[in-house]
Design a protein. Structure first.
Length: 146
């Protein structure tokens, strides 16, 4: 079965592309979740024209995302937290990272933030921001004692 992807689906394809998937996967997973629509002989031309539009929009979006990724990868953020003997009383979570990035005029959703390991100690920690399925810039967050 050929389907037109409405959204990015990990390990299947990018939004705006026509991919071949098994009938069960398409009918039971992709189509009910509105991730894809079935491509038939009647609507093939429509979706092929739509692919051209999506590709030009994607090029513009990818260049913006690449510039944002470059800005993020050059960041070194500092957070002051209360601690005792190098261990934090709480932890640094996505909300704190989002607030720090907002100060630098970088807007991301808290769901895009991934930690290599949870931040519960004083020191430098790597943080990953998932901008797209391919772009995941890393930056350093330094936690110091307040």
């Amino acid at each position: 079965m050929n389907v037109y992807l409405l959204k990015d689906v990990e390990s299947v394809g990018m939004a705006g592309s026509i991919v071949k998937v098994s009938d069960g996967f398409g009918q039971n997973f992709l189509i009910p979740r509105k991730l894809a629509v079935k491509v038939t002989d009647a609507n093939t031309k429509f979706y092929e024209n739509k692919i051209v539009k999506v590709k030009t929009e994607a090029k513009i979006l990818n260049s913006k995302i690449a510039m944002l990724a470059e800005r993020i990868s050059n960041l070194h953020l500092v957070i002051k937290e209360k601690s005792h003997e190098g261990k934090l009383y709480g932890s640094v979570g996505p909300d704190e990272i989002v607030a720090l990035l907002k100060e630098k005029e970088i807007v991301v959703d808290r769901k895009q933030i991934e930690f290599v390991k949870s931040i519960k100690t004083i020191g430098e920690h790597k943080v990953i921001i998932r901008l797209s399925s391919k772009l995941k810039p890393e930056f350093i967050v330094k936690v110091i004692e307040a």
